[in-house]
Ligand binder design. Structure first.
Ligand code: LR7
Ligand code: MN
Length: 634
């Protein structure tokens, strides 16, 4: 036997002759082992017939099931009729993202390859273990869930994908109950299973249930050379690795191989991809910077910049990065190690805290947690969580209490005394309230005596696994936290969905309304937040009529405030608001028929009553009519 790898771990096919040349596994199946399926109930957007060509300013492409590739554009969310409006509104209400665009995208689309160029030169071992992908969902939009599933099927080599396990956490939406099970049965490969929880369990027990359905087999792949003598056999563990994904993700090119490689080397390594951003308003896929996970004393997850020392080295930007914590939803872990390490705390409910718990447990009990820059998976970042817990409980507080009491030793008092975990509005934006002990309990009296259930099993698990102290974790894995201490200023959270740089100005000038020959101005003072805009006589010497249009598609009046709409109440007139830099409600494009299109509501700016002197404006379904025609005049 030479050092050359002769056999690869293909699908469970013992004693098959599978020779390998070089490092790339040779597949017994064509590349697309799982055929692509058509989209089921989703209709093709009228967009194409109505708009022959739409500019592409995101660089994203979508795959049209029938007509081939069509371009993705910010105007993908354009509303043509009441039905569109209904789908959009219902989507925001039930899922907190633009379901109209999600449905129009269909179940397959290409996403931009956001990896560092050096990642493309990397090669991975041929004998990687294969993965069981677990996706737990509750009331997910069908199109988003199926795009998650198909992105995995489309972009994972067949031999590395042992199975997909969908766990329906007792969803109440009719299409998820009926259409999905039909789709899974008739349109997806047999290796995709659908499990339904009898009652709502929450994502933590939900994932444990999913993992318990994962199957593992040992596939013995041997190479027969000359007259049937066995030359080399490799035991190929199929379903050896568990991969968890949220139900609104899209995996990128070559996402799995870089995750499996470190696990193959050391099964006590848990790995996370870089989480790219899929906009909740436009569904545009964009790259995230490589950051790592941390937390604050309120036990909220946050992103931290990677210390320079970690980034340097021969592999540069492509090397795995040690991360003190994980965001929670997207990671891969050896299946046996997941079980050995105590899965999750089954006393945790619905949402929250499990990500810090498993992160502390991994590091304190002899494992390690890495972020793999060459693996990228997109996730729809929503501004609010569209569901609650069945009894309305604050499950984040309950779960955090459990984890603090099991893992944080003397530091739990610091955490409980120091700051509250009250604000959980958005998991990316973290607000930390400074209060002393008394104030804290005055603020959250229910936590003073609040019971968090029985934690005996978890305390025993910690003993059994011989885990290190929380002080060790802070000293060795998250020293930044130690320095900041309980009374130090809170570290600044890193906003991963906000560009650090100032967007480039594309144009500066007046917003001229063609029908009335008037200009768009602030109704009151242009620096007044929340103020309305109206059309008035143009005054070319008035700085208060000057708008900036920038590369982020923002319209900024007098260099101060951004033109903004309410995403949930599109009947509200546009207002001047502080620029938030995350697109959506402040994103405008100039298009055909002189229209000024509002990206997040899918409608156009118009003058309500062009003959009235009041000059009120609003957004409405784009119809190309005169009241909707604007010119940006430099
Ligand atoms: O009762 C529920 N049952 C479920 O099955 C509630 C939720 N779920 C499903 C849900 O459909 C989704 O697929 O669980 C998954 C995660 O729920 P989300 O998408 O509402 O969570 P999130 O993305 O807002 O929150 C992050 O933190 C959570 C803490 O409990 C989980 O760990 C999520 O997986 C996690 N998401 C990510 O890490 C993606 C990147 C976000 C960041 C930063
Ligand atoms: Mn999520």
């Amino acid at each position: 036997m030479s050092g050359e790898i002769l056999v690869s771990c293909e699908e469970n096919q013992s004693f098959k002759n599978v020779p390998i040349k070089g490092l790339e596994p040779q597949r017994p199946f064509p590349k697309k082992f799982y055929p692509r399926f058509t989209r089921g109930p989703i209709h093709i957007p009228e967009l194409q017939q109505k708009e022959n060509k739409i500019g592409n300013s995101f660089g994203n492409h979508i795959q049209d099931p029938v007509k081939g590739e069509i371009e993705f554009s910010p105007e993908m969310g354009m509303i043509f009729n009441e039905e569109d409006q209904e789908v959009r509104d219902l989507g925001y209400q039930k899922h907190a993202f633009n379901m109209l665009i999600s449905n129009r995208l269909g179940y397959h689309r290409e996403v931009p390859d956001t990896r560092d160029a050096k990642c493309r030169e990397k090669s991975y071992p041929a004998d990687l273990p294969s993965a069981s992908v677990v996706i737990c969902f509750y009331n997910e939009a069908l199109s988003a869930l199926l795009r998650t599933v198909h992105s995995v099927l489309d972009r994972t080599p067949a031999h590395l994908l042992h199975e997909i396990i969908l766990v329906d956490d007792s969803s109440e939406l009719a299409d998820l109950k009926k259409d999905l099970s039909e789709y899974v049965k008739t349109q997806l490969p047999k290796t995709t299973k659908l499990v339904r929880n009898e009652k709502r369990e929450g994502l933590i027990r939900g994932r444990m249930i999913g993992a318990s359905h994962a199957t593992g087999v040992f596939a013995l792949n041997c190479m027969f050379v000359f007259h049937g003598t066995v030359d080399l056999c490799v035991v190929c563990p199929a379903g050896k690795v568990l991969v968890f994904l949220d139900s609104h993700c899209e995996v990128n090119e070559m996402w799995l191989q870089p995750l499996l490689t470190p696990i193959r080397e050391d099964p006590r390594t848990v790995v996370c991809p870089v989480i790219d951003i899929i906009s909740a308003d436009t569904l545009a896929y964009s790259s995230s910077p490589v950051v790592r996970g941390g937390f604050n004393w309120g036990l909220h997850f946050k992103w931290d910049l990677v210390p320079l020392a970690e980034l340097e080295g021969p592999q540069g930007a492509t090397a795995p990065i040690k991360s003190p914590t994980m965001a929670g939803g997207l990671f891969a872990m050896d299946r046996e190690y997941f079980n050995e390490l105590g899965q999750y705390d089954s006393g945790m409910d619905i949402w929250g805290g499990e990500n810090l718990e498993i992160s502390f447990r991994i590091w304190m009990c002899g494992g390690r947690l890495l972020i793999i820059p060459c693996s990228r998976v997109g996730h729809i970042f929503r501004k609010r969580r569209p569901y609650g817990s069945p009894g309305g409980q604050d499950t984040m507080a309950h779960n955090s209490l459990r984890l603090a009491h099991v893992w944080m030793d003397e530091y739990k008092m610091m955490q409980m005394n120091g700051r509250s975990w009250a604000s959980q509005k958005a998991h990316v934006t973290v607000l930390i309230i400074h209060v002393n002990k008394e104030q804290y309990f005055a603020l959250r009296p229910e936590l003073r005596t609040r019971s968090y259930g029985n934690i005996t099993d978890r305390v025993e698990l910690r003993k059994r696994l011989n885990c290190k102290s929380f002080k060790w974790y802070l000293d060795n894995i998250y020293p930044e936290m130690q320095i900041s201490g309980p009374n130090a200023k809170a570290p600044q959270p890193v906003f991963i969905n906000r560009a650090q740089k100032r967007p480039k100005i594309i144009q500066r000038g007046r917003l001229y309304h063609l029908q009335t020959n008037k200009c768009l101005v602030a109704q009151g003072h242009p620096s007044q937040k929340g103020g309305l805009v109206v059309v008035r006589e143009c005054d070319y010497n008035d700085q208060n009529q000057v708008w900036i249009y920038n590369e982020d598609h923002e319209l900024i009046l007098n260099n101060l405030l951004c033109l903004d709409v309410s995403e949930t109440r599109s009947s509200d007139p546009p207002r001047l608001m502080k620029c938030h830099g995350s697109g959506g409600s402040q994103q405008w494009t100039f298009g055909k028929n002189n229209r000024l299109y509002q990206v997040s509501v899918g409608q156009c700016l118009k003058v309500v009553d062009p003959v009235s002197h009041k000059g009120y404006v609003s957004v409405a379904i784009c119809d190309g009519s005169l009241p909707q025609q604007w010119h940006f005049e430099s």
